[in-house]
Structure formats: structure tokens, C-alpha cells
Design a protein around this ligand. Structure first.
Ligand SMILES: [Zn+2]
Length: 449
């Protein structure tokens, strides 16, 4: 576990130098007093507008403001209540724009997921670069360009821009509520099955791996996920490694130009539950917890898949039995109920649908490459049970029941997830080979159908 600083320099700082948007990531213990100088290095204005909720401001607001004032900046505080938990709505992001209209404003997001997304959006609309001051290693969105916000009831990722600089004071981040760190761990764990989905898409010549984004996330992922027990204790080294991983993911998305390096079927499952407003124990289930449960379920599907011999399929017969687009549309109607989501699901599904000769050709490719793909997947993935153990050690939910999801609802999500994004993931492969129902049954213990 030694050497997070060296790893930060060789992996993260090196990637930041290649970023078109992020100029500096300052991660250290006691980094907050460097905020003023950081702003002076990378921003033009003289008025720092600090956005936070009360909890985030209590965690780091005073030393942040002091440092900004020491650097000669006028500080405007825009602090919103922490209870009820602020929701990342497009409407709230609009309200964040008003204080940015004065000349010389430098937006500063002090907080984690919601505050960062709101400021990211408001700053982007106002055409201003912003500083992200992280208060928890709770998600991978600090360094990412998109702002996932709720607009008219839907969670959609609105294009925006990554921050110009990120400040991560490890004393603040390690002192965050442990469950927030556990959510970040869950979000990062999802990169294991997401990488599997990308290997599948690469083997089938749908989306090739990329030489910048793939190694940035995948070559260090095992190390970032090692030591979950230390993370649960608020250990600085483990926290630094988790934050490095979450930052790398954001940079990888920038380099690749899409969220493919970070998001596969695990995230599609999480998005379904998030759009439904999944609650457990009277509280909304976090993004990271939804991803963690999706991650273990998808790894279960992979465990099952790797027991099958797809090198013996009959492409012609399998393609002939595969569902038509009309049959998929009927299934979309049966599985989803919101007409707006159904409409979107149709478009996403149409974009990746293959049938007839084209599907047959893909299945021939799969048959030919199966031994090689199988070996790559085995080397890359980890068994679902092993991942569940790591997650639980970090304090992250791993099983569906831990977030109040029944086996039937998990089975529903594993099937419905393939319809909400055009991205090709494992459930698509299982459907095209006629194995989806069987695989879902094996993983969830639910009946067929
Ligand atoms: Zn995520």
C-alpha cells in the first residue's frame, strides 16, 4: 500500500497534463490553505463565489474562505440547507447562476456529488471555469465533464465541462461520513464489470478499446480497490488511492469522449433504480450503492457466462431465433411504464439492434473469438463473491436485499437495463445468444419469464 504519492505523480498528474480542461489536481493532507494560491494560478477573477450546503461548509468552509481571502479574493458565500438533502435538479442549478453574473466571479464548488454537479452546470452555462473543492471520495464525477441532473423527473447527463482545478484535502476527505467513502468505493468497483463490457464490445468490433482511457482506469484498478478495511477506518493512504481512482475515471472519460471507460451494465442498472427514486430504510439509495449492487449482479452474469461454451454455437440458428426489433419494443412496453422512458428506450435499442445476416456475422465472430475473449475476461474480471467481500469490507452494500431490492426486482433490472442505453453490454450479448433468461434466472434465483 506504499507509494500513493508516486502513483499520483506517475498516473494522475501525468494524465492531468494531457487534459484539455483540468490544469491541476492538488491532493494532499492539509491542502486547503493552498486554495487561494491555486485560484491565483489558474483563474482570472477576484470574486470567489463559494457554493456549499451547510454540511460541506462546516467540513471545510472556514479554512477555505480564509485561504481565498489571504490571496486577496473577495469571497461570496452561497450556502444552502443540508436538510432535506439538496436534489441535483436543473432548477436548482439555474438558481446558482445569479451570483456568477457579477464581473470577475470564480465559481468554487465546496462539496461532493450534488454541489459539484450543480456548480459544474451553472458555471458551464455562464461560460466560466470552476474550482472543485472535494469533501468526500463519494463518486467519480469531480473530474468528469457531464452533470447528471434531474430535469422534469428524469436523471439525464447534461453536457458541461470538467473543473479547471480540483483541490482534495485528504484530512477533510478522510473525515467525511464513512458511508460517503463507501459509495465512492462502490462507484469505482463498477469499473471491473464495465471493463468486461468494453472487452466484449472490443472483441465483437463494436467499440474498440482505447490506448489512453483503458490503461488509465484498468491498469491500476486492483490497487485502488485493495484495502477496503483501511478505507472504512478513514485511513489516509487508502482514501488517497480511492480518490486517485475516482479522478482517473473522470480523466479517462474526457480522453475517450464518452462514459464507456466508466460505465457498463452496472451503471445502466443503477440508473434504472435512480430514476425510480429507489429508497431503503426511508432514505434514497445513493448512486454508489446502486452501482455496487449492479456490479455484483453483472459479475454474477459473467461468472455464469464463463461456464458456457460459446465456441460451439450455431450462428445461423441462434440468429434466426433472436428477437426482432418489434419483439424488443413489446418487451420495453412490458418492462417500463413511463411513456417518456419508453420512447427513449426505443431509440436507444433501435441504435444497437441487429438481426438476420448482420447478427449471424457477429455471432460467427463471437464463436471464433470466444476462447480468446474468455481468457481476457477471466484475466480481467473477479468472481461476484470476491467483489461482494471487498464491498462489504468497505461498508458498501453488495447484495440486492441490502438496498431493499427483491430478487424479482433485480431480475427486472438485469433485463430492462439493456434497453435504456445504446451502449453494448453483457445483457446484449446474452440476449443475442439466446441466454439472457437463463443467466438472469441463475443469478437471481427467480423463475423464467
Ligand atoms: Zn458512477
Amino acid at each position: 500500500m506504499a507509494g500513493w504519492k508516486e502513483e499520483f505523480e506517475t498516473v494522475i498528474a501525468a494524465a492531468v497534463r494531457r487534459s484539455r480542461t483540468i490544469r491541476e489536481v492538488m491532493m494532499a493532507r492539509g491542502a486547503l490553505p493552498g486554495a487561494g494560491a491555486l485560484v491565483r494560478r489558474h483563474f482570472e477573477g477576484d470574486r470567489a463565489v463559494v457554493f456549499a450546503d451547510e454540511a460541506g461548509f462546516a467540513a471545510a468552509g472556514d479554512p477555505l474562505v480564509a485561504s481565498l481571502e489571504d490571496a486577496g479574493l473577495t469571497v461570496i458565500r452561497h450556502v444552502i440547507p443540508a436538510r432535506p438533502l439538496p436534489k441535483p435538479t436543473a432548477k436548482l442549478a439555474e438558481a446558482f447562476r445569479a451570483p456568477l453574473k457579477q464581473a470577475g466571479a470564480v465559481p468554487v464548488a465546496l462539496g461532493s456529488g450534488v454541489i459539484n454537479d450543480l456548480v459544474k452546470h451553472a458555471a458551464f452555462v455562464e461560460g466560466l471555469p470552476y474550482l472543485s473543492v472535494a469533501t468526500a471520495a463519494s463518486m467519480d464525477g469531480y473530474a468528469s465533464a457531464g452533470a447528471p441532473l434531474i430535469r422534469e423527473g428524469f436523471k439525464i447527463t447534461i453536457p458541461a465541462r470538467a473543473p479547471r482545478a480540483i483541490l482534495a484535502d485528504l484530512d477533510v476527505i478522510a473525515a467525511a461520513p464513512p458511508e460517503m467513502t463507501s459509495w465512492g468505493y462502490g462507484d469505482l468497483a463498477g469499473k471491473v464489470p464495465a471493463g468486461g463490457d468494453w472487452l466484449v464490445a472490443d472483441a465483437l468490433e463494436i467499440e474498440p478499446l482505447d490506448e489512453a482511457a483503458w490503461p488509465l482506469v484498468q491498469h491500476n484498478l486492483r490497487g485502488w480497490l485493495a484495502g477496503p478495511e483501511a478505507l472504512a477506518r478513514g485511513d489516509f493512504t487508502a482514501t488517497a488511492r480511492l480518490f486517485s481512482g475516482l479522478t482517473a475515471v473522470g480523466l479517462a472519460m474526457e480522453f475517450h469522449g464518452s462514459s464507456r471507460p466508466a460505465s457498463g451494465a452496472d451503471h445502466q442498472i443503477a440508473h434504472l433504480w435512480e430514476m425510480q427514486g429507489l429508497e431503503h430504510g426511508g432514505r434514497r439509495v445513493s448512486h454508489g450503492a446502486c452501482v455496487a449492487v449492479g456490479c455484483v449482479a453483472v459479475l454474477g452474469l459473467y461468472d455464469w457466462l464463463l461456464e458456457q461454451d460459446l465456441g460451439r454455437i450455431d450462428p445461423q440458428a441462434v440468429a434466426a431465433a433472436a428477437p426482432s426489433l418489434a419483439r424488443k419494443f413489446a418487451e420495453i412496453e412490458a418492462l417500463l411504464d413511463d411513456p417518456r422512458i419508453i420512447e427513449r428506450a426505443r431509440e436507444e435499442t433501435r441504435a444497437k439492434h441487429l438481426e438476420g445476416r448482420a447478427l449471424e456475422a457477429r455471432l460467427m465472430l463471437l464463436r471464433a473469438r470466444w476462447p480468446q475473449l474468455c481468457a481476457r475476461l477471466r484475466a480481467h474480471l473477479m468472481p461476484a463473491g470476491q467483489m461482494a467481500g471487498l464491498l462489504r469490507a468497505a461498508g458498501t452494500p453488495a447484495g440486492a436485499s441490502e438496498i431493499g431490492v427483491s430478487p424479482a426486482r433485480l431480475a427486472w433490472a438485469l433485463k430492462a437495463s439493456r434497453f435504456i442505453r445504446a451502449r453494448y453490454t453483457l445483457p446484449d450479448l446474452l440476449e443475442e445468444t439466446g441466454l439472457l433468461a437463463q443467466a438472469v434466472q441463475a443469478v437471481t434465483g427467480t423463475g423464467r419469464g
